[in-house]
Ligand binder design. Structure first.
Ligand SMILES: NC(=O)c1ccc[n+]([C@@H]2O[C@H](COP(=O)([O-])OP(=O)(O)OC[C@H]3O[C@@H](n4cnc5c(N)ncnc54)[C@H](O)[C@@H]3O)[C@@H](O)[C@H]2O)c1
Length: 276
């Protein structure tokens, strides 16, 4: 796996800012997940980072990694399926660092299965975690950004929300709704100086992306990784750093006039192949 470290390039882009990364822990596995990479990248860019996760131990591990590099971070436990937990997030950021400038919504899960395989409960869980939870964190953080007259929200969507997926219908439906919600929030908050954008990762070499499929299919991690890479025009899976760097662009002032976009980070995976 290519571990791009762009710390030198990104340093300073979020100096003086506070970033809240929701889902900033790490699913177990041998590669680094999107939430942890985003937390580290924002910290390298100079932000103080509140790492929020339902798994506090995992959030604390991300914090340790940031602090070991000389950055500033704190952990906060919250499950985005609980309204009180979502309400607690801005209060925790204010207590820890005096405010919020960037909200990064990373939480997502894949309730696998086609229409006939999925139970109604699994369908509801898919929408609850991937869509309603993300909307809830926005609901409680956006008033703070509106009042201060600036801020950026970065929602992590998926290529599955842009392309049809017959294998994970609840996931792709929820992620398509995340894209739509992002555009609607961008319109709502543009007059208040608050930008709302999405990153839509394609196939990324994270524990949730690869190990989950290896566990479910009984194939090795290497087999799953090779199969995924073979479907991508650039011939490799993305890394969580590829996703984090795109998120940093949307979170910092480099994208000061950009709002409501869904930015694919996919090695060309969303390109129409056409007829040859
Ligand atoms: N890995 C991929 O190939 C891929 C592709 C497209 C999109 N994505 C998106 O990237 C994001 C996740 O990245 P990842 O796969 O690297 O996972 P990750 O390693 O970043 O782990 C996600 C984190 O979210 C936390 N979490 C889960 N449910 C939660 C909840 N209800 N409340 C609070 N925290 C919760 C987990 O504890 C974990 O720490 C998701 O939005 C996913 O849809 C991933």
């Amino acid at each position: 796996m290519i571990e791009l470290d762009t710390g030198a390039v990104t340093r300073g882009k979020l100096a003086g800012r506070v970033a809240v990364v929701v889902g900033g822990g790490q699913a177990p596995g041998e590669t680094i997940g999107n939430g942890r990479a985003a937390s580290l990248t924002y910290a390298r860019a100079g932000a103080r980072v509140l790492v929020v996760d339902r798994d506090l131990v995992s959030a604390e591990q991300t914090v340790r990694m940031i602090v070991e590099e000389g950055g500033i971070a704190q952990a906060h436990r919250a499950d985005i399926t609980g309204e009180e937990d979502c309400r607690s997030i801005p209060a925790a950021a204010v207590t820890a660092f005096g405010g919020i400038d960037v909200l990064h919504n990373n939480v997502g899960m894949v309730p696998g299965g086609s229409t006939e395989q999925l139970s109604v409960t699994q369908w509801r869980t898919g929408l609850e975690i991937n869509l309603t939870g993300m909307w809830s964190t926005c609901k409680y953080v956006l008033p703070h950004l509106r009042e201060q007259g600036h801020g950026a929200v970065v929602n992590i969507s998926s290529l599955a929300g842009l392309l049809a997926s017959g294998e994970a219908i609840a996931y792709s439906t929820a992620k398509a709704a995340v894209n739509s919600m992002t555009r609607a929030l961008a319109l709502e908050y543009a007059p208040h100086g608050v930008r709302v954008n999405c990153v839509a990762p394609g196939m990324i070499d994270t524990p949730m992306g690869v190990d989950r499929i290896a566990d479910a299919t009984g194939n090795s991690r290497q087999q799953v990784a090779a199969a995924r890479a073979s479907k991508i025009p650039m011939g490799r899976q993305g890394t969580s750093w590829d996703v984090a760097n795109a998120a940093l662009f949307l979170a910092c002032d480099d994208s000061a006039f950009v709002t409501g976009v869904v930015l694919p980070v996919d090695g060309g995976g969303a390109l129409p192949t056409g007829v040859r």
